[in-house]
Structure formats: structure tokens, C-alpha cells
Write a protein that binds this ligand. Structure first.
Ligand code: PLP
Length: 392
């Protein structure tokens, strides 16, 4: 069948190749340690599940407003105000079918054919494909590993072109866990604002911060609001990846444009999930604290173990639940690149990781520590053995 040319602008994620192989091996009975999954290993908290069940029992199973129920929009802006000090109005917020949908629709509403979009590396795999699908050109801004992969205003400035329309920032970052320094983030927002460039801030991991870092959002700065869009998600914060609830907060005309797109594509986010999301935002928050405490323990464990492997270096993530070690010293010892490392690691040591090439850097692998300490211990021992045994 002849397909639309826009399909050829995007590719099936490289992560899938390793993933598929891992599934095949599992089907053959091989015991795989999976560090690939980008989702919490915790179940959705009980109170949230019950709210979903109640929604079904009460027949809350029909269409809702396209941008989500008024109650949920209100709960989103109120929680954001409480935690981050923002003051969005309900009319500046809209609910989507997950954070990815929020980003997809925002980029679709902003980027024209031929526009440049600055994406800092390492980047979450979907940013680049979403931009290309919308007709934009990706301009990669390579953050420095020596500076902990933190984005700086200087780097953003160097990456701007006369055609720059949008910058996508993600802090805490997937895959590096880097958290942009608050003052630097404000400088970046000011730079974008001065040049009329939209800043899309992906806050998907904003509740998972370590080392006493305080919650931060550019939404708390009214002076940037006409060029700022926030994309959020309940997927990670409340272990709700399958429920598919995300949101956009930004200028009213942007929210109206996203609403228009949704009116012809997804219609409303699932009604049942919206009721569960309402409970997540307005009910007890102890599950978030529990998960953060557990991720902190795991982060410390993983970073220490990785840095103890000869030739491996890993910066300590400030947030999210991924470690992004540099494994390039193995390239002199029979490994070609990060994809080759990931394939050989899977075949020989039965550990699934994601190659750095999927995130725009070549010297790394991503390890998700959204898995038990026991699995982490087992997998990290296997990685250490694998590296020690490499040729040379
Ligand atoms: N943004 C980042 C950086 C992510 O890592 C993810 C998921 O992995 C998302 C957004 C989207 O999450 P969801 O669509 O599940 O809400």
C-alpha cells in the first residue's frame, strides 16, 4: 500500500529491537532481568483504583467534555498551584490521553513545516519523531556529560536559528535524570520569551526529585506565560501508565487549538480514568512519597554499583528513575556502539537495557531502576561480569 510521505519521517523506536529480542528469549524460557521498562513497578494505589471502579459502577462511562471534566481541570491547576506556586486558570488547562498525547498535540498546534525545534540531548525518544511528524526540523543541543547533562541558557542560545519556533525541555530528564538548575531554567525561559520562541516544558517526572531538590515549575513565573506550555502526566507520579491521563497548561489560544485537534481525533480522555485521576490529585499523597523514598534507595544503590564497575562512569540522577552510565570504554574491547553493547548484553548476560543511540548519544545505556532492589542487584552483577569478560 502506498503510505503518506509523513510516515517515512518517523521510525519505530530503536528500543523496540532490543525489546523484541528480550521477549523472544523470554518465550524460550530464558530468565531476563529487564531494565528497559520506563514505568513504575508499583501498582496503582488502592484509592485511585477504587475511584475507577466507582466510576464504572455509577455509569460514568459516557463522553465527557473534549478537554476533560471541569472537576479534573480544576484539580490539575489547583494541585499545580499548591506544589509549584503557579496560577493557571481552568481555561488554560486541558486533559489529554497521557503526557505523550499532550506533547504530540502541542507540537502539532505550534510547529509548521520547516520550523526548527531545539531538542537537548539526551532526549526522550518521542520528542524528535513527534517534531518530524509535524514537519519540523530537529536541532539537537548536546548537553555536557561533565556538567551532569544539565541544560544551560548558553547552550540553548548557541542552538537557536532564525527559524527556531520551539524548545522542548524535560527536567527531570529521561534518560539522564538531570535536573535543570532553577536559575538557569529561568534564564532559558527569558531567552525564549525575548525571541518569541515557545518553551514546552515536559514535567512528567517533576514529583520525583532527590537530594532535597524542591519542586520547581516555570509556571510560577507569570512573565513567561505567553510563550510557555507545560505538559504533565499522571502516569509516573501515581503509577497510572495504563490509565492514560496527561495535561497541557498554557495560553488559551494554544489550549483551544489542542482542543480542536482532540475534537477530531481522540475526543475526550477516558471517562473512567478521569475519575481515577481526580482521586489521585485530590486524595492522599502518601503513595507518591513512598515511591520517591524507594526510588531514592534504588538510585543510590545503582549509581554506587555502576561506578564500581571498571571503566563505567555514571553521573548521579537528580530526579526521575533512570541511570545513564557511560559504557564507551568497552568500545575498544569488541563492542561497536551502544546498540551492539545492548544486544550483546542481552544475548550473553540476559539483561535488557536501552541503547543511548535511542536518546541521541552514543556512549551510554539507560537503566531503569523502576524495579526491585533484588532485580537491580542481579542485573548489575551480570552487567559487571559481562564488562569484565569483554576481550582485551
Ligand atoms: N515525557 C517523558 C520524558 C516520558 O518519559 C514519558 C513516558 O515515558 C512521557 C512524557 C509520556 O508519558 P505518558 O504518555 O505515559 O503520560
Amino acid at each position: 500500500m502506498k503510505l503518506a510521505s509523513r510516515i517515512s519521517r518517523i521510525s519505530v523506536s530503536q528500543t523496540m529491537a532490543v525489546n523484541e529480542k528480550a521477549l523472544q528469549m523470554r518465550a524460550l524460557g530464558v530468565e531476563i532481568v529487564d531494565f528497559g521498562a520506563g514505568e513504575p513497578d508499583f501498582p496503582t494505589p488502592e484509592n485511585i483504583k477504587q475511584a475507577g471502579s466507582r466510576a464504572i459502577e455509577c455509569n460514568f462511562t459516557r463522553y465527557t467534555p473534549i478537554g476533560g471534566t471541569p472537576d479534573l481541570r480544576k484539580a490539575i491547576v489547583e494541585q499545580h498551584a499548591r506544589i509549584f506556586g503557579s496560577n493557571f486558570r481552568d481555561s488554560e488547562c486541558l486533559v489529554n490521553v497521557g503526557g505523550k498525547h499532550a506533547i504530540f498535540n502541542t507540537v502539532s498546534a505550534i510547529v509548521d513545516d520547516g520550523d526548527d525545534v531545539v531538542i537537548p540531548t539526551p532526549y526522550w525518544v518521542s520528542f524528535a519523531d513527534i517534531v518530524r511528524y509535524a514537519g519540523g526540523r530537529t536541532v539537537l543541543a548536546h548537553t555536557s556529560e561533565a556538567e551532569g547533562f544539565r541544560l544551560t541558557a548558553k547552550l540553548v542560545e548557541k542552538s537557536l536559528t532564525p527559524k527556531t519556533r520551539l524548545l522542548i525541555a524535560n527536567s527531570p530528564n529521561n534518560p539522564s535524570g538531570a535536573v535543570i538548575d532553577n536559575e538557569e531554567f529561568v534564564r532559558i525561559a527569558a531567552l525564549c520569551h525575548d525571541r518569541g520562541i515557545v518553551l514546552l516544558s515536559d514535567e512528567c517526572y517533576s514529583r520525583f526529585l532527590y537530594d532535597g531538590l524542591k519542586p520547581f515549575s516555570l509556571g510560577a513565573y507569570p512573565e513567561f506565560r505567553d510563550t510557555l506550555v507545560i505538559a504533565g502526566s499522571l502516569s509516573k507520579t501515581y503509577a497510572m501508565t495504563g490509565w492514560r491521563i496527561g495535561y497541557v497548561m498554557g495560553p488559551r489560544d494554544l489550549v483551544a487549538a489542542v482542543q480542536k485537534i482532540q475534537s477530531h481525533s481522540t475526543s475526550n480522555p477516558p471517562s473512567i480514568s478521569q475519575q481515577a485521576a481526580l482521586e489521585a490529585l485530590t486524595g492522599p499523597q502518601d503513595s507518591v512519597e513512598m515511591m520517591l523514598a524507594e526510588y531514592t534507595r534504588r538510585r543510590d544503590f545503582v549509581v554506587q554499583r555502576l561506578n564500581g564497575i571498571p571503566g563505567v562512569e555514571c553521573t548521579s540522577p537528580g530526579g526521575a528513575f533512570y541511570a545513564y552510565p557511560n559504557i564507551s570504554s568497552s568500545y575498544a574491547r569488541g563492542i561497536k556502539d551502544s546498540l551492539d553493547f545492548s544486544k550483546q548484553l542481552l544475548e550473553q548476560a540476559h539483561v535488557a537495557v536501552v541503547p543511548g543511540s535511542a536518546f541521541g548519544t552514543e556512549n551510554h545505556i539507560r537503566i531503569s531502576y523502576a524495579t526491585s532492589l533484588e532485580q537491580l542487584d542481579r542485573g548489575l552483577s551480570r552487567i559487571a561480569q559481562f564488562i569484565i569478560r569483554l576481550d582485551g
